[in-house]
Ligand binder design. Structure first.
Ligand SMILES: Nc1nc2c(ncn2[C@@H]2O[C@H](COP(=O)(O)OP(=O)(O)OP(=O)(O)O)[C@@H](O)[C@H]2O)c(=O)[nH]1
Length: 196
């Protein structure tokens, strides 16, 4: 079975104020963290989904690229686009590009839940769903198409309509921390410097 690894890196970063996926974290652009976590599990292909204005910043990556013609349509449209462009892949491991603690162990754990009975495998922490660090099966595409036609563009709307395996993670697990604002970033960087 072919499982693709996808880094979603085409957001607006409007709350952050500049493209947050390129902020340096432990010496590397933040998006690399998600890419490396997926790389460890030899997912194929590895795909970066982004837009024309950010594309150049990924020039050195040896991954497949999706350049969204209409940028900023959100993660559900990005997923629709990716599944449509990679018809040979059955599953897609989709990870946001703003997660400083994304890691290979998490990716490995999630992969063990792949099962024909599901259209999506989604982590849950403290009753919060994490749809941007999750697995989606091609069988979810018709529903995604329908939702987009109806202008319902949320991942949650998709999860409400497909067969989902929810995987529980402990409250202390930092994998799902993501950066939305400059304050989030300052707190993450501060926490790191305390550990050093
Ligand atoms: N490829 C792609 N990725 C997206 C899109 N929208 C959001 N993302 C990514 O999805 C993840 C979560 O995005 P958010 O933080 O919710 O949205 P954002 O647009 O990046 O930031 P805000 O403008 O502050 O909401 C990030 O890694 C984004 O880069 C999109 O339209 N296309």
């Amino acid at each position: 079975m072919k499982i693709a690894g996808v880094v979603l890196a085409g957001g607006q970063s409007s709350r952050y104020g500049q493209p947050k996926m390129f902020e340096l974290f432990a010496g590397q652009p933040l998006y690399k963290n998600s890419l490396i976590a997926l790389q460890h599990s030899r997912l194929e292909p590895l795909i970066i989904a982004t837009n024309a204005s950010l594309q150049k910043k990924f020039a050195e990556e040896h991954t497949q690229m999706i350049i969204e013609k209409q940028p900023h349509q959100g993660p559900l449209s990005a997923l629709q686009n990716i599944m449509t462009n990679f018809p040979d892949n059955e599953w897609f491991f989709v990870v946001a590009s703003d997660m400083p603690y994304m890691n290979a162990d998490f990716v490995q754990t999630m992969l063990t839940y792949i099962d024909d009975r599901y259209d999506a495998i989604v982590p849950k922490q403290d009753s919060r769903l994490q749809p941007l660090a999750a697995l989606y099966r091609r069988t979810a595409l018709p529903i995604a198409n329908l939702l987009i036609q109806q202008n319902k563009r949320s991942m949650k709307a998709l999860l409400d309509q497909v067969r989902v395996c929810y995987v529980e993670f402990e409250e202390e697990n930092s994998t799902f921390i993501n950066i939305n604002t400059q304050l989030d970033w300052a707190q993450t960087v501060k926490k790191e410097s305390n550990y050093e």
